[in-house]
Design a binder for this molecule. Structure first.
Ligand SMILES: [Zn+2]
Length: 160
């Protein structure tokens, strides 16, 4: 387990680059459950219709808590590319490629593009959602047991 081995078997939440994803720890846990099914989702307000990304538990426009989950496009087009070759966060290998992505006119998303070499990604390229497993996280289970909870996260990758 690469990430945890940084800490010699001890888990420190402040060193964890990925969120806890279970319903006990995360109120937007459906986002991760949807990701596992290769769906990219967010919340929309049932009162005023406002759609946010990232997902919310309270509408930032009208403060309603009546939100519903809606799908976002899983394919988009690159608007701008940035490449981070030095000073990347602990646990990541350079280069980190980031892009501003137009998701079919519905959302402009800035995020990571994986499986991509330096100089490979260009403006106008088509990218698609990529869901991958990240370090499981130890959580307390019943009767004092500790279980490793599987986690996923997402990025985008070039459509080849
Ligand atoms: Zn609202």
């Amino acid at each position: 387990m690469k990430g945890i081995s940084l800490l010699e078997g001890k888990y420190a939440v402040t060193m964890d680059p990925y969120p806890q994803q279970s319903k006990e720890f995360n109120r937007i846990h459906p986002f991760y459950e949807n990701l596992r099914q290769k769906r990219f989702t967010t919340t929309r307000c049932r009162s005023c219709g406002w759609r946010s990304f990232p997902p919310r538990v309270i509408c930032p426009e009208c403060l309603s808590t009546e939100l519903e989950w809606v799908d976002l496009p899983v394919r988009g087009r690159v608007l701008v590319v940035t490449e981070e070759e030095t000073g990347v966060p602990a646990g990541f290998d350079p280069p980190l490629i980031h892009a501003l992505i137009d998701l079919d006119g519905q959302l402009t998303y800035f995020g990571r593009v994986i499986n991509c070499a330096t100089g490979e990604l260009k403006e106008g390229d088509e990218v698609k959602l990529a869901v991958f497993r990240v370090e499981p996280v130890p959580v307390d289970a019943k009767k004092g047991a500790v279980i490793l909870q599987e986690r996923v996260f997402f990025a985008f990758e070039k459509v080849k």
